[in-house]
Design a protein around this ligand. Structure first.
Ligand code: PLP
Length: 445
């Protein structure tokens, strides 16, 4: 029955809506630890933490209790017009305390897309208030993923997110994806590749005119673009170029935040100094929708100047810092601290990456890449030539479905299979996850 009603009424994000009518949904009905169960009772190890987000798995009692307690106390309030509420205040304090240095202020929203959207708006607002209204362009990267709203979808560097949606916005430019495996020239070393693509970034800035370029946005590790781990020295050069041309650095930590890469933030793993940083997903372990845009004092000062000029900061969302979501997020941060989740990731990540590395010899595997508990296995038709399968062959989806038949959820993206298991995963979960993927790969031979 659920199947027929779904087909009749639900519009599915990132799904083939035409094929859906005959294929139907996989209906997930409950979760426990690192596992979810479908309507027929089949169990799956959730090797993607849902959508890179359910960091504490699917049955963390502390988060449930935090939500229930807040629902009983104050189920809704907002922060408009100088109002506030205890979970919003406590979360802002706790979040800025763990954030990279200098990010002392947070503007809440409900999703990663909204947080990145707000980043774009605040960059524009900031430069207007600094009296340089021409400095407005935002540079993002091909294969970067920043969401789907009009602004954040424009930042996303994936053609399928733009096609027929009339994106990107005219003020957005895209620069190189830092994947040496995919975009290195024949014989080009990783260092030479890094030099070339960062030179390209500077050339783009000079061509556009640095006085017109306001900000650069990047994920420390591209997630939905295929888990692209940056080459050594890449961000160091990028940051030097941004500094030289007075361009703000927006770091999108929506996936990499809260322990995913083995440090609290990807910014720590890669030595990034953001002017703005966006967080979502792991902020609440995905038990409630909540996101944040963190800001430096300098940017916050510009917002205050804006209020002096206009009377108020005319931006806000009804559910931003929703008290139930904020209470759950606060408890999530407490769980990360109490259980030393970052330490746990550092302990199991080498095992995870070593297990995956053992797949590198497989005839269909072109590359294994990853950091922390975030990884991808590149699927190739021709290993030596690094040649992917023809997209019409649907090889990634085939492997994903095969792994699912074995009770393991991974995600096919472009030519790779992504893995992003819950941060609470133990070695046994990793064995099961990589084992299921290995069986699916063998079946594809
Ligand atoms: N930024 C990154 C790095 C993401 O991976 C995502 C979602 O996958 C987003 C932003 C968008 O977040 P949301 O889907 O919550 O709007």
């Amino acid at each position: 029955a659920a199947w027929h009603k779904d087909i009749a009424h639900v519009v599915h994000p990132y799904s083939n809506l035409d094929a859906h009518a005959t294929r139907g949904p996989t209906v997930i009905t409950r979760g426990e630890g690192c596992y979810v169960y479908d309507e027929h009772g089949k169990r799956y190890l959730e090797g993607m933490s849902g959508l890179w987000c359910a960091s504490l798995g699917f049955s963390e009692q502390r988060l449930v209790d935090a939500a229930v307690k807040q629902l009983h106390t104050l189920p809704y309030y907002h922060l408009f017009n100088h109002r506030s509420h205890p979970p919003g205040i406590a979360l802002a304090e706790a979040l800025t305390a763990v954030a990279p240095e200098g990010l002392n202020h947070v503007l809440f929203a409900n999703s990663g897309s909204e947080a990145n959207d707000a980043a774009v708006k605040l960059v524009w607002y900031y430069n207007n208030l600094l009296g340089r209204p021409e400095k407005k362009k935002i540079i993002s990267r091909l294969y970067g993923y920043h969401g789907v709203t009009v602004a954040s979808g424009s930042l996303t560097g994936l053609v399928h997110v733009h096609r027929d949606f009339d994106l990107p916005l005219p003020s957005v430019r895209h620069t190189d994806c830092p994947s040496h495996y995919h975009f290195g020239l024949p014989g080009e070393s990783e260092a030479a590749f890094t030099q070339r693509i960062t030179d390209n970034l500077e050339q783009l800035i000079l061509k556009e005119g640095p006085e017109t370029v306001a900000a650069f946005i990047a994920e420390p590790v591209n997630g939905s673009g295929g888990v692209i781990v940056p080459p050594a020295g890449y961000f160091e050069r990028v940051q030097a170029i941004l500094k030289k041309h007075d361009i703000l650095f927006i770091v999108d930590e929506v996936i990499t935040g809260f322990g995913r890469t083995g440090r609290m933030f990807g910014s720590e793993t890669y030595g990034l100094k953001p002017d703005m940083m966006t967080v979502a997903k792991g902020l609440s372990g995905a038990y409630q929708p909540i996101s944040g845009l963190l800001l430096t004092d300098a940017i916050h000062d510009a917002l205050k100047a804006g209020s002096r000029k206009h009377g108020a900061f005319a931006h806000g969302l009804t559910y931003a810092a929703h008290p139930v979501a904020a209470a759950v997020a606060l408890e999530t941060l407490n769980v990360y601290r109490d259980r030393d989740i970052v330490g746990h990731v550092r302990e199991v990540a080498p095992y995870f990456l070593e297990k995956l590395d053992a797949l590198a010899g497989h005839p269909l595997v072109g590359q294994v890449r990853g950091v922390g508990l975030l990884a991808a296995v590149e699927i190739v038709a021709d290993k030596a030539a690094r040649k992917p399968f023809d997209p019409s062959a649907g090889m990634g989806a085939w492997i994903q479905n095969r792994a699912m038949a074995y009770g393991v959820i991974v995600r096919a993206i472009a030519n790779c299979v992504a893995l992003c298991p819950p941060l609470i995963s133990e070695r046994s979960h990793i064995d099961e996850l990589v084992g299921g993927l290995a069986r699916a790969l063998d079946d594809a031979l």
